[in-house]
Design a protein around this ligand. Structure first.
Ligand code: PLV
Length: 323
């Protein structure tokens, strides 16, 4: 069996969130992956399938996919080139270099960096590693739900699973994981921020929508177009996907509350998922009859993310809250 790069992360009950929401709430701590986010699950799997005889990999990323790709490439003794947009913070670029990756900074948003990564893969004969749109990524990500099912045991079933959506890779992986464990009747709450809401726009329009720009500060949710599979799952009727959008302010408040209550720092992309509980959205969905009352245990995928440190958190707070 191929070596795994990701770890089986803890599933922790949050007493404060459980109290707030009125149902036991479990945090799947993907922030504790070796690369700091869930991305290593899918990227590890994809690289093992596609890159064992490669002369090197090239990955486009808002940050976290790149760190996962650089980590995996180092473990596989492959050279890695990571292409990031100018919006990726310096500490992420430094981390990529610390993993031995060569970093190119191209364009303003992920879509620009991706075009360059595709070009490089063709011109240099490198294996292209996409951050969210590939069946091998979704298969790798699906292990997150298999672990949740094993940790909760055969008698428990979640009332809902909450995830953040950027390009939709995590969402597709979670849906496949639900399929694998026979939980297709568990609704998924898919969270985005205003200005990085390409999935919500697609769901509303009933077709893929390309955003004009990414105005959210949650740059790691900043793909302009969601992957087709995510939209197809939402239209398929096989699974209920509730698409919701929060403001950057709500995502930031969630990051701050999570830091205070759970003593874990995550980036804004992850704050979008946490805002579903902290901003009262779950309660609102129950009031609207879109989630049952009482609700079974909630599972929040704490997707993690390294695009944050104390200084950036303080800057974001100034920018978004004016304090
Ligand atoms: N981030 C991607 C895409 O960026 C990247 O390159 O790292 N939570 C965190 C912390 C993330 O970094 C991402 C994706 C997501 C959630 C959303 O995952 P997705 O793209 O699979 O929906 C532009």
């Amino acid at each position: 069996m191929a070596e795994l790069f990701h770890i089986n992360t803890p599933l922790l009950e949050s007493i404060s969130i459980s109290k707030l929401v009125g149902t036991p709430t479990y945090l799947k701590m993907e922030n504790s992956q070796p690369s700091g986010s869930f991305k290593i699950r899918g990227i590890g799997h994809l690289c093992q399938q596609l890159a064992t005889n490669s002369r090197g990999i090239v990955c486009s990323s808002g940050g976290n996919a790149g760190v996962a790709a650089a980590y995996v490439a180092r473990r596989m003794s492959l050279p890695a080139t990571i292409v990031v947009p100018a919006s990726s913070p310096q500490n992420v670029v430094q981390r990529l270099r610390d993993h031995g990756a060569s970093v190119r900074i191209v364009g303003e948003v992920w879509d620009d960096a991706d075009a360059e990564a595709v070009r490089l893969s063709l011109s240099e004969g490198l294996t292209y590693v996409p951050p969210f749109d590939h069946p091998l990524l979704w298969k790798g990500h699906s292990s997150v739900m298999v672990e949740v099912a094993a940790a909760l045991g055969p008698t428990a079933k979640p009332g809902a699973v909450i995830v953040s959506v950027g390009g939709g890779g995590l969402l597709c992986g979670v849906v496949q994981g639900l399929q694998n464990v026979g939980w297709m009747d568990v609704p998924v709450i898919a969270m985005e921020t205003v200005g990085a809401d390409c999935f919500n726009a697609a769901v509303k329009a009933g077709r893929l929508v390309t955003l004009e720009n990414i105005s959210s500060e949650a740059k790691c949710l900043g793909a302009k177009t969601v992957c087709r599979q995510a939209l197809e799952y939402s239209q398929s009727g096989e699974v209920t996907i509730i698409s919701e959008v929060v403001s950057d302010q709500q995502a930031l408040q969630a990051v701050l509350t999570f830091l205070d209550e759970e003593r874990v720092l995550v980036e804004l992309a992850c704050g979008a998922a946490l805002a579903a509980v902290y901003s009262g959205l779950v309660k609102q969905l129950q009031d609207e009859g879109r989630l049952p009352v009482p609700l079974g245990p909630l599972v929040v995928v704490v997707c993690g993310g390294g695009s944050i440190n104390l200084e950036q958190l303080i800057n974001l707070k100034h920018k978004l809250q004016g304090s």
